[in-house]
Every structure is written in structure tokens, then in C-alpha cells.
Design a protein around this ligand. Sequence first.
Ligand code: L34
Length: 292
Amino acid sequence: MAAQIIDGFSIAQNVRAGVGEKVKELQAQGVIPCLAVVLVGENPASISYVTGKEKALAEAGMKSLDIRLPEQTTEEELLQRIDTLNKDSSVHGILVQLPLPQHIDEDRIITAIKPEKDVDGFHPVNVGNMMIGKKSFLPCTPHGVLVLLKTMGIETKGKHVVIVGRSNIVGKPLGILFTRREYNATVTICHTGTKDLSYHTKQADILVAAAGSPGMITADMVKPGAVVIDVGVNRIPDASKKSGFRLCGDVDFEGVKEVASHITPVPKGVGPMTIAMLVFNTLEAAVASIKA
Ligand code: L34
């Protein structure tokens, strides 16, 4: 029997609608949540994601400050911008879309953002608080994966979660979150140094592919009945498409859907959840700013 396809697009829409209701309450108190969205350069994928984020913010009744800077922007100029946004009390959150151009030190930029405005949850203070289970902004993609599972009623307690990929944005934080008591999963993190990857992936009750390698998870690597979450968004050149590319996940969808019990598609799986959780975090930042 083919797997149930997890509709990340609809689940994301529900999350955003819920946030929109809360935004109305804030508006009644005279506060409109505002996110500064900073994009340096013209990476086509980044432009698409940032545009999606700004659209989602607007639909939830929030403001976004659209800051597009040229590729040649210096690290000092960007730090200056962040300083100004840190000090602007009408700005509740700051998002600097990654990747940044080669000549800019990403860690330095992320660390410059005030933790209270770091709606990506990438600042070391937020990462540290997440690690020890204290309140913090949760990184959007991992949080989105957890909300997808919860919404689908997929049990995580006692399950073996295998994550392929150890990035700071997805693999590492997701591994930490799954071990929290509320999820109580057992976690294996695989990466490019893992020997016999498919031995590990076949152990997974829940398999998360977050390696950025198109189609790398094939049906023979998946235990029958496993839940498969595909975090990959790879652009594959395709002359038959108007855009010149097609989107492809890290999972061989056609093959794996015959083995898995549930599977997320690409597009319309995890991607839209990343955006929905950003909208959620922006609301949180605005609410916290009132209480501060
Ligand atoms: N600072 N940089 C920062 N924060 C983030 O949370 C991100 N990420 C990742 C890249 N850089 C970042 C995103 O926003 C990945 N990412 C992201 C966001 C949205 C989507 C995919 C990745 C998305 O909306 N994907 C759609 C297809 C979009 C398209 O057509 O290009 C989907 O349905 O999967």
C-alpha cells in the first residue's frame, strides 16, 4: 500500500491562520508584529524563500521590512544594518537569509543579532537555551518537522529517529529536540563520515533526510512502514520547465512512497512549514516585546 502523503502546505496554512488570529488581538493593543527580512545578493532560491516569507507575514497581518542589499555589501555594512535594527523598537524580529556571500562571516552576523530578535533561533544564546531545554526561539525547519508529526498524530515516544545530515540549521537542532521528554525519541545522526549509511537508515521508525543530496534516500534504505520526512529542497536543471529547474528532495519519492507509511513531498512538505514557524516566532517576539 502506498504511503500517506503528509500535506505540509495545508498544515502550514493552518498554523499561519492561527497566528493571524493572535495578531488581531495584538493589533487591538496597538502592536503590529514586524520582521526585518535581510537578503544579501541575488541567489534565486533565497529570493524565492524570502518572497514566500514576506507574503506569509503579510497574510498573517504582520509587517515586514524588506531589506535587499547588493552582493558586494561588506561585513561591516551588514553589521551596521543589524545594529540599527537591534535598536529599532518597532522591529520585533530580524532574519538574515542564509547563505551569505563568501566574503561575509556568517557566525559573526548571526551573533550580532540581538537574541530577543533572533526569530531563526540561530544565535548561540538561543541555541544554548534550546540545548538545555529553556525557553528560546526554536529554529524554524526543525520546529516545522515536529509540528507536522504532531498534527498527523504520529507518535515519537520510544521511536528510533534517524536523521541524515548534521547542519546547524536542521540536523543538529532536530536531534536535540527529538530527545526532549515531550518527544522522547531515540536519535541517531548520520553524516558524510557514517559507515554503512543504509544500515542506519533501515533502523529508523522516523527517517529525516536533511543532507542536501537529491534523491539519495532510496526505497531499499527504508524500513517498511517508516515515516519519511524529506527536508531537502534541491533545484535540478530541467529544460522542460518554464523556470528552467524542478525541485527535488533528498528522498527518491516515487520509490520510497511504496515502502513508507507516511512521506512528505517536495515541494509542499517541510518547506512551507519553515515559513509558517517563522511567522509563529515573529508573533512570539512581538508578544515578548510587550511584556519586556
Ligand atoms: N536565515 N536562512 C535563514 N533561515 C531559514 O529558515 C533558512 N531556510 C533555509 C535556507 N536559508 C535560511 C529557509 O528559509 C531553507 N529555507 C526554506 C524556506 C522555504 C522553502 C524552502 C526552504 C519553501 O517555501 N519551499 C517550497 C518551494 C519553494 C520554491 O518553489 O522555491 C516548498 O514547497 O518546499
